[in-house]
Design a protein. Structure first.
Length: 147
């Protein structure tokens, strides 16, 4: 099986409506292919919500940053939780590493190293939490609907 065809386990909360799901939980592969898979999971959750396109795109970017961090610096398994809450999109990514992310200066020519800056700039709020089984990073993205 190729890395891009690794199965992804998706478990929906039993009480979630379909479509769209109000909660979605997915186990992601511990591979770079987890990033596009996470974006697909997020889109599945947001597709019929009527959220503004810019909110959906921002949520995709933020989820990409969290999953990239987990795959690059964490340990498997990697889980993505997306919740649609009144007025916001909440997402969290967990892995079994207990090491919390550290803000660092990225070289101006570097392609990476700015994930926390992206979270600072675009998320309404975000955080990193140590738990007994590892850690999780989360963000809340306010939904601003325009008439």
């Amino acid at each position: 099986m190729s890395p891009t065809s690794v199965p992804m386990n998706v478990v929906r909360q039993a009480s979630s409506c379909r479509p769209p799901a109000t909660h979605i939980l997915a186990e992601l592969p511990y591979l770079p292919s987890a990033v596009p898979q996470a974006r697909r999971v997020l889109r599945e959750c947001l597709v019929l919500t009527g959220l503004p396109d810019d909110t959906q795109c921002t949520a995709e970017l933020l989820v990409s940053e969290l999953v990239t961090n987990a795959v690059k610096y964490g340990r498997p398994p990697v889980w993505l939780l997306v919740e649609l809450r009144p007025g916001l999109v909440h997402a969290s990514v967990s892995d079994t590493s207990t090491t919390l992310p550290q803000r660092r200066e990225a070289d101006p020519d570097a392609e990476g190293g700015r994930g926390l800056l992206v979270l600072d700039a675009l998320a309404g709020s975000w955080g990193a939490v140590s738990v007994e089984s590892g850690k999780y990073l989360w963000f809340d993205l306010p939904v601003i609907r325009t008439a």
